[in-house]
Design a protein around this ligand. Structure first.
Ligand code: UD1
Length: 418
């Protein structure tokens, strides 16, 4: 067990190189299963979820080698098509292995992912699509047992542009018989990253980044070498951290085009932002303005993953901000913890009204999920006195060594083991 101990009030000043994107590396690692070859993946962030994905791959029979931020995955020896319940519970996103294992082995057996702290997170869209492609899927004893000798290309309309379902279908479709067309597909940058990687493996994916993706099935894929895109959520978290402390920061290796919604909200709140390719510079003004309304939406709308760090910023802004969470039904668990630190926030269903206060104060708070945890760290950096954040295992799922990055920029933050 460990905690982050943060003494607030120091303006951040410095440079951070943005880590590789968690939400891109996970589906790309799942995609390696599709070839019986070696893939080399650069810029892998060192995160719990990446480690766990490595365990999933090893259990399937792959050989993994890690050197700094490069992962070599040799998938020649795959001899299992099963992901057990315990691993599925630990990392819900392992569901994206379903399409890949099914395509490679003709069958797959994975534990049911179950709920998670931010909401129910059903997988009905994933299963409906795979069934449409010819998979037989039986749900029993906490497992999904799937089989299909050869998946068939199909026209699949998603009722909601689910990121995970879009990825699962892409993974299943690249070696299917015939053409698959996904309409109302998710448009997130991580989908484009996955498509580029699949095409490097020899796949025929077109239209990724638009809401209509076409996949021409091919017989076989081969290994590929790829560099993971920068993490747009982590990048925005550090920008918010600089702004809430009245500091200034340079982010290297960032992709500003992936963050239009967030950058525009930061400008509205008073940040001075300059963005060139691969580099973002933020300088905060004395006063943080409230943001009229933030409504989370599928990309290119405002990302649900950055809603909570923005709420920490709004908590100390001048005026009232409104947040509407449209993606996940239970993504306000950080609110009670921010209130412990002196924030004035009222939640009504999927909306939160945040009245900015003059300042926050240090308290003992707990992270219940990844991004909510990041919002507490952000709030603590600006709070008067010392904040202790427990539940760091959630934060470590998505932020590579958050305390070191922030300390480099002058934050008084340390990890203590209890
Ligand atoms: C991914 C991201 C997560 C991000 C989310 C939305 C990864 C590993 N995680 O999660 O960080 O917050 O996108 O940007 O990439 N839904 C259904 N049925 C389904 C699938 C989804 O009803 O079969 C619903 C979900 O309950 C949710 C919404 O669709 O309300 C969005 O979910 P989805 O886009 O699938 O998110 P994930 O892929 O799980």
């Amino acid at each position: 067990m460990n905690k982050l101990v943060i003494e607030g009030g120091v303006p951040l000043k410095g440079e951070i190189t943005v880590q590789g994107a968690k939400n891109a590396v996970l589906p790309i690692l799942a995609a390696t299963v599709l070839s019986a070859d070696e893939c080399i993946i650069h810029n892998c962030p060192w995160l719990r979820d990446v480690e766990k994905t490595g365990v999933v791959l090893e259990k399937l029979g792959c050989m993994i080698k890690r050197e700094a931020s490069t992962l070599c995955v040799d998938t020649v020896g795959i001899n299992s098509c099963r992901i057990d319940e315990r691993l599925m519970r630990e990392m819900r996103s392992s569901i994206i292995f379903l399409g890949a294992i099914l395509a490679r082995c003709g069958k797959a057996e994975v534990g049911m992912p179950g709920g998670c702290p931010i909401g129910l997170r059903p997988i009905d869209l994933h299963l409906k699509a795979l069934r449409q492609m010819g998979a037989e899927i039986i749900e029993e004893h906490g497992y999904l047992r799937c089989s299909c000798k050869k998946l068939k290309g199909s026209c699949i309309h998603l009722d909601f542009p689910s990121v995970g379902a879009t990825e699962n279908i892409m993974l299943a479709a690249v070696t299917a018989d015939g053409t698959t067309v996904i309409t109302n597909a998710a448009r997130e940058p991580e989908i484009i990253d996955l498509a580029i990687f699949l095409n490097k493996m020899g796949a025929g994916v077109r239209g990724a980044g638009s809401s209509c993706i076409t996949i021409e099935g091919v017989d076989k894929l081969h290994g590929a070498e790829y560099r993971i895109m920068p993490d747009r959520i982590v990048a925005q978290t550090y920008l918010i951290a600089a702004m809430i402390t009245g500091g200034e920061i340079v982010l290297r290796g960032a992709e500003p085009h992936h963050m239009q919604a967030g950058l525009s909200a930061l400008s509205e709140m008073g940040a001075k932002i300059r963005a060139d390719k691969g580099c973002i510079y933020l300088k905060s003004e004395k006063k943080i303005h409230s943001v009229r309304i933030i409504k989370t939406m599928p990309y290119p709308g405002f990302p649900t993953d950055i809603q909570s760090p923005f709420m920490a910023l709004a908590a100390v802004a001048d005026g009232t901000s409104v947040f509407v969470e449209n993606i996940f039904e239970n993504r306000f668990r950080h609110v009670d913890e921010l209130i412990r630190m002196g924030a004035d926030i009222k939640v009504e269903g999927r909306s939160a009204v945040v009245r900015g206060v003059k300042g926050l104060y240090g308290a003992n708070v707990e992270a219940y999920e990844l991004r909510g945890g990041a919002s507490l760290v952000v709030a603590a950096l600006a709070a008067d006195g010392i904040t202790t954040v427990s539940g760091t295992e959630f934060i470590d799922r998505g932020y590579e060594n958050i305390e070191r990055q922030l300390a480099f920029c002058g934050a008084k933050i340390k990890r203590v083991w209890t």
